[in-house]
Write a protein that binds this ligand. Structure first.
Ligand code: SF4
Ligand code: SF4
Length: 101
């Protein structure tokens, strides 16, 4: 099990309040706001941390570049993917690209 899977498991073992604290820690480190793809609508809807939360809900649809690779969360959680706001969260992209059934 890698770092991301361990973190996901850990977060699901917590109660809702503890899980929110754990997630807020990562949210505070998210650098999406510095990304050229991030827009006003996403900001107004308080969207961040797409790697965990999943795709942007009707806010970001155009890829103008992605700064995820420079984000501390990528290093902390050992994320393999990027462009999470458009392509889906880390778990979803892993499932799409790595699970063959
Ligand atoms: S990896 Fe990308 S989506 Fe995840 S916290 Fe960092 S900037 Fe935000
Ligand atoms: S997930 Fe990547 S492309 Fe989307 S806003 Fe965050 S840094 Fe930009």
């Amino acid at each position: 099990m890698d770092v991301f899977e361990q973190w996901l498991n850990l977060s699901w073992e917590k109660n809702a309040k503890e899980r929110k604290l754990l997630t807020n820690e990562k949210r505070a480190a998210c650098i999406c706001m510095a990304c050229p793809s991030y827009n006003l609508r996403a900001r107004e809807n308080n969207e961040l941390l797409y790697c965990i939360a999943g795709k942007s809900l009707l806010c970001i649809s155009k890829d103008m570049g992605c700064t995820c690779r420079n984000c501390p969360v990528t290093t902390d959680l050992g994320l393999r993917y990027h462009d999470f706001c458009i392509n889906g969260g880390e778990a979803a992209q892993r499932y799409e690209h790595e699970i063959h059934i």
